[in-house]
Design a protein around this ligand. Structure first.
Ligand code: SER
Ligand code: ZN
Length: 501
């Protein structure tokens, strides 16, 4: 992408410059900038240039034009530093920088479906003749934070996102299990509602699981403990279920989670007086005054979404000795939440769901090898215990999808295998768990290092209990008699607690 940057700035000084206005020092300085300082790091003939300058009583104004090699804002920061040294000799300081105008012009092929109408820190956008012109509204702090570079990155991201939209998410078949006999052709959620095993809860996409299905979930967990955790050496941990923004910034979720998060807020203060009008309003109307409430609370993050990200705070900033690798831990301490598309989906698609999350950490080869071992264990469970029909597919990595990206990771070893099974009653395939090699993303994001200096990688795998149930019961029926012998033995008898009149 070809780019031109034009920046007009005013450097406000702490003393009178009239003594040095016409001194050769200033002309020499501009010449040094244009020939040396603002060209450093750029290919020959490229870089930034001061095209106009004017020294006033207590200020220096200048205009910088540049290409993408030394962007005008970088040029300005470089120049300010050097100028500070020069003025220092005259006991004059630079008090501040005012950005009067900043225009970025980029080569811009129109992409169907992409309209750049609004951008942060941009007051005006013009799009014509294959060019995109952005008039920025920035101050010195935004330049130091590299806001202009980030706007360009954002535009590239938007272009990429548009190219991926319309195309399907990546999906490539890796493995297919043998065909199995199905014993059911109905929706198991409906059947369980009829039998009083589950009931829709008060919240959206939220269910209350009665003793029977809960016992089935616990049987799934037991299978995971006996057939995955024990042989592969996993230890249990408890990961937080409230996730603050700091975690989601490091995990990348802050880029794209917004339409799907369940948000968590705290009161702005615990002072009961601050809340008195809210309480009074409720007492006289029996309505919770949501609008009043919103003014008195503050968002701090959201509910558990991907399960593994908040675990990483445990390791954040630490150096690990090589001998403790591979680390293998799992969490099953609480639900995850997603604001799913509306409508009734039974237990197949939920806003509140339960998952066992496995996380492993090691050197690159260890992590890849461990993913393979885990896949082997899963195959054993599906073939010999649950006896279901399923398949594996190579898909867009979950951590990219959750950032709002499509496609695949740059490295072939990094990515996600989804497990899917057919639901005989609808003929649709349902994703019920995944296994991923996440590369160095998490150790990097949370600054975790290895003593030897070797690269640290990680992987994770999420097993959705409701999804396992949705698949198993859809294929094998809700009748215990029809279940495979081994599974029946693990579950035991199903408890009967409630009866309704
Ligand atoms: N963290 C992974 C995901 O959200 C595995 O559960 O898909
Ligand atoms: Zn995970």
């Amino acid at each position: 992408m070809d780019m031109v940057f034009e920046l007009k700035a005013k450097l406000k000084c702490s003393g009178d410059l009239s003594g040095i206005v016409s001194s050769p020092e200033i002309t020499e300085f501009v010449s040094f900038c244009n020939h040396d300082l603002l060209k450093k790091g750029a290919p020959p003939g490229c870089g930034a240039e001061i095209v106009w300058w004017n020294v006033g009583e207590e200020r220096i104004e200048l205009k910088i034009v540049s290409d993408r090699f030394v962007r005008a804002h970088d040029a300005l920061l470089r120049l300010k530093n050097e100028l500070g040294k020069l003025l220092g000799k005259h006991r004059i300081g630079i008090r501040g920088v005012e950005i009067e105008e900043y225009k970025m012009a980029l080569d811009w092929e129109e992409e169907e479906g992409l309209r750049i109408g609004k951008l942060p820190f941009v007051k005006e956008i013009k799009q014509e003749n294959g060019k995109l012109e952005l008039f920025l509204d920035v101050d010195e702090v935004s330049l130091e934070k590299r806001i202009p570079d980030r706007i360009i990155r954002l535009l590239e991201d938007k272009k990429e996102a548009i190219r991926w939209r319309g195309k399907k998410e990546h999906w490539e078949l890796l493995f297919e299990s043998p065909k199995k006999t199905f014993y059911f052709d109905k929706d198991p959620s409906e059947e369980m509602i009829k039998r009083g095993w589950i009931r829709h809860a008060a919240g959206r996409g939220q269910w209350i699981y009665g003793p029977q299905l809960t016992k089935i979930f616990r049987a799934f967990e037991k299978i995971l403990f006996d057939d995955v955790c024990k042989p592969l050496g996993y230890e249990e941990m408890i990961f937080p279920k409230l996730v603050t923004w700091d975690v989601w910034k490091r995990s990348g979720h802050a880029k794209g989670i917004y339409p799907e998060a369940y948000y968590v807020c705290t009161p702005k203060t615990r002072d009961p007086e601050f809340w008195e009008d809210v309480m009074d309003y409720y007492k006289v109307t029996n309505e919770v005054p949501i609008a009043m409430l919103m003014e008195r609370i503050e968002n701090v993050g959201g509910m558990c979404y991907a399960q593994c990200p908040p675990f990483w705070v445990f390791l954040q900033g630490k150096i690990l000795p090589d001998e403790i690798l591979p680390i293998r831990v799992f969490d099953r301490s609480g639900p995850s939440f997603r604001y799913e598309s509306g409508g009734l989906h039974g237990i197949e698609r939920l806003d509140e769901f339960h998952r066992v999350e496995f996380v492993w950490i090691g050197e690159k080869q260890q992590v890849i090898e461990h993913a393979r071992l885990l896949q082997e264990k899963y195959r054993g469970i599906f073939n010999d215990i649950l006896e279901i029909e399923w398949r594996e597919a190579w898909v867009t990595p979950w951590f990219m999808a959750q950032e709002g990206k499509g496609g695949l990771a740059e490295l072939k070893e990094v990515g996600t295998v989804d497990y899917e099974a057919v639901l005989p009653y609808s003929g649709k395939w349902l994703e019920f768990q995944n296994v991923s090699v996440n590369g160095d993303k998490y150790p990097k994001g949370f600054s975790v290092k290895l003593q030897s200096g070797e690269e640290l990688w990680s992987g994770c795998s999420g097993v959705g209990l409701e999804r396992w149930a949705a698949v198993f019961l859809a294929q094998k029926s809700v009748d215990r008699d029809k279940w495979p012998e081994k599974f029946r033995a693990i579950v035991g008898e199903l408890p009967e607690v409630f009866r309704f009149l």
